[in-house]
Ligand binder design. Structure first.
Ligand SMILES: [Zn+2]
Length: 583
């Protein structure tokens, strides 16, 4: 593993001070947010210059240039590490835990960009107590292309700042849907730095859309049943309540993310299920304790940024206090799933268990719209309330598979292997052509979105049938063991029925189309001969005609049915090319 991490590091540049013109102490570390009294967010250039100067001024701060993004500019990573030995934050045997903080994935939601700048400065300047057991790693701006596309209108619902970046990246992708499918260089660059750092904890800073209520701060922790095991229990019963209590003591009430659309929260609401296309869903694949911060869009920008700052400060204090517990839980989680175990791929709400929230909302009512004449929702801020609200925050598996010993990826599927390699997955290559018994999936059915979604016509409701058969494999094909830290990544990308599988993200669409067919006038004579030579097939054919009226009335369907029984029908059609072995 150590070697692999060092290989990762070959593309990391530490940006060090080397005789800059101005002495670092001349730099004014007051942020644009502070200068503007909480009404403006720093530009991309201001953010990078700020951190570069901070790294030049304090040995506890370092800035790295990571891989490129779609904008053409590299992703930056800033670390705060008071016990720094050279590049120790990337080392496997480091004593400290790592918290990775992601900002500006949606650059219009800039709260975390400004809050992180102040937080790292205040740690470096020792204005606030620095963590002793936790290295803080910050992505200053993840969606650089979006941050450069600055405007003052696209956050229609949002109360400040004056100007901000745009949600789409340099190629108009929403990066918080791209972690698994990895269409963008941003996602690939993130994967590289995430796997090199191997963070124990993760925060992704956002601003909410949706309902109105009293809270400025909401937390969207990764779903605890899906994180699973003792680590999931810890997140649910210990870490989350500690964070809520800590913020309540500072008069920063926080509530779980209000997952409510077009209605009001008091009817109850469901926890957000963060599948791996989302940041915290992806980080959960590596047993990282993940949380999205969602500040409330209608609260003043100043309050939102200050709240984000306090939230991160509390989060860090708890994480630092419990560093040993978290390290141990996470280490054990890495080997939780063994060959032959059931692995849950999809989830549904378990309404037999709920949590009652004492929720601070506003009365909402339906009144006639002055614009459309229809009934519209209107919240009345003069009528705040605190009511018990049912929160559906328990989930149970709705689909699972047994864990195989290994997957075999034919070398032709190099685009799949590229993703696995970026994720630091270990593999071997077959040294000779061989055949072996394997489990092979046939795609039985699937549905596809009718409109494009994030660059894809994504599939869903995918059904498969598994058969055991002897398969031919070639020298150089990839053998990937599931018994490695990336096991969850492997199962959730390579099992075709997983909601965010590579299959569902259109990586295998070429197998869904038949490449060869028949001319009916040629096949008529061969089909007749085939039926005459195979009485059993003929009997089955006649039975199908007798029982299926549509079939009986469709001459092409009949010819096609016979063709599919023959040796002429191609074996690759609907055959999922990655096979399972063992388990
Ligand atoms: Zn967002």
């Amino acid at each position: 593993m150590m070697k692999k991490i060092l290989a990762f590091l070959l593309s990391v540049h530490l940006l060090m001070s080397c005789g800059s013109n101005e002495s670092p102490s001349d730099f004014d570390f007051t942020t644009q947010f502070e200068k503007s009294e909480g009404t403006e967010t720093a530009t991309y250039e201001e953010v990078i210059a700020f951190y570069q100067n901070l790294a030049d001024a304090y040995t506890s701060v370092a800035m790295y240039e990571m891989r490129s993004t779609d904008s053409g500019k590299p992703l930056h990573l800033v670390t705060f590490n008071p016990n720094r030995t050279f590049e120790s934050e990337f080392s496997d045997d480091k004593r400290e835990n790592i918290l990775l903080i992601n900002n500006g994935i949606h650059p219009g939601e800039s709260d975390g960009i400004d809050a992180s700048m102040m937080l790292l400065r205040d740690f470096a300047e020792e204005k606030i107590k620095a963590p002793q057991n936790t290295i803080i790693a910050v992505i200053p701006v993840y969606n650089i292309g979006g941050a450069l596309n600055r405007n003052s209108g696209t956050r229609t619902n949002q109360n400040g700042p004056k100007e901000y970046g745009f949600r789409g990246n340099a190629r108009n992708y929403d990066l918080n849907r791209d972690f698994i499918k990895a269409d963008t260089k941003n996602a690939r660059s993130f994967t590289h730095l995430f796997r090199a750092l191997d963070p124990d904890l993760f925060i992704d800073n956002h601003v909410s859309n949706g309902a109105d209520y009293q809270y400025t701060l909401t937390h969207l922790f990764t779903q605890h049943n899906k994180l699973g095991g003792p680590l999931g229990d810890y997140l649910h019963t210990s870490f989350t309540p500690q964070l809520e209590d800590s913020l309540a003591q500072k008069n920063w009430d926080i509530t779980p993310y209000v997952n409510v659309w077009g209605t009001t929260p008091e009817n109850g609401f469901t926890q957000f299920m963060d599948s791996p296309r989302y940041s915290t869903g992806y980080t959960t694949l590596y047993n990282t304790l993940g949380m999205m911060v969602e500040t409330h869009m209608l609260k003043p920008y100043k309050d939102r940024v200050e709240g984000t700052y306090e939230l991160m400060k509390s989060f860090i204090a708890i994480a630092d206090n419990e560093a040993e517990v978290i390290k141990e839980l996470r280490k054990n989680a890495m080997t939780r799933f063994k060959v032959g175990d059931e692995y849950p791929l999809a989830w549904k709400v378990d309404s037999s268990q709920t949590t009652t929230l004492s929720f601070k909302g506003y009365e909402g009512e339906r009144v006639p719209s002055a614009v459309t004449g229809a009934n519209r929702l209107k919240y009345d801020r003069t009528k705040p309330f605190e009511k018990d609200v049912t929160y559906y925050n328990y989930f149970e598996p709705s689909n699972s598979v047994t864990v195989p010993e290994k997957y075999i990826v034919p070398q032709g599927y190099w685009h799949v292997m590229d993703r696995l390699k970026e994720n630091g997955i270990d593999y071997e290559r077959l040294r000779a052509d061989t055949s072996m018994n394997a489990q092979v999936y046939k795609i039985r059915s699937y549905e596809s979105r009718k409109r494009p979604y994030e660059g894809h016509y994504q599939h869903y409701n995918t059904q498969v049938e598994m058969v055991s058969q002897e398969v031919q494999l070639r020298k150089g094909d990839y053998v990937v063991s599931t018994q490695q830290p990336g096991i969850r990544y492997l199962l959730e990308t390579l099992e075709p029925t997983a909601p965010d599988s590579f299959f569902n993200w259109n990586y295998f669409d070429a197998i869904l189309q038949q490449k060869e067919g028949f001319s009916p006038y040629v096949w008529e004579d061969k089909a007749e001969a085939l039926l005459n030579e195979n009485p059993e097939m003929k009997a089955e054919f006649e039975a199908k005609k007798a029982s299926d009226e549509n079939f009986a009335n469709n001459w092409f369907a009949q010819l096609d049915w016979i063709h599919k029984q023959s040796h002429h029908y191609e074996k690759s059609h609907l055959r999922y090319p990655i096979v399972r072995v063992g388990g």
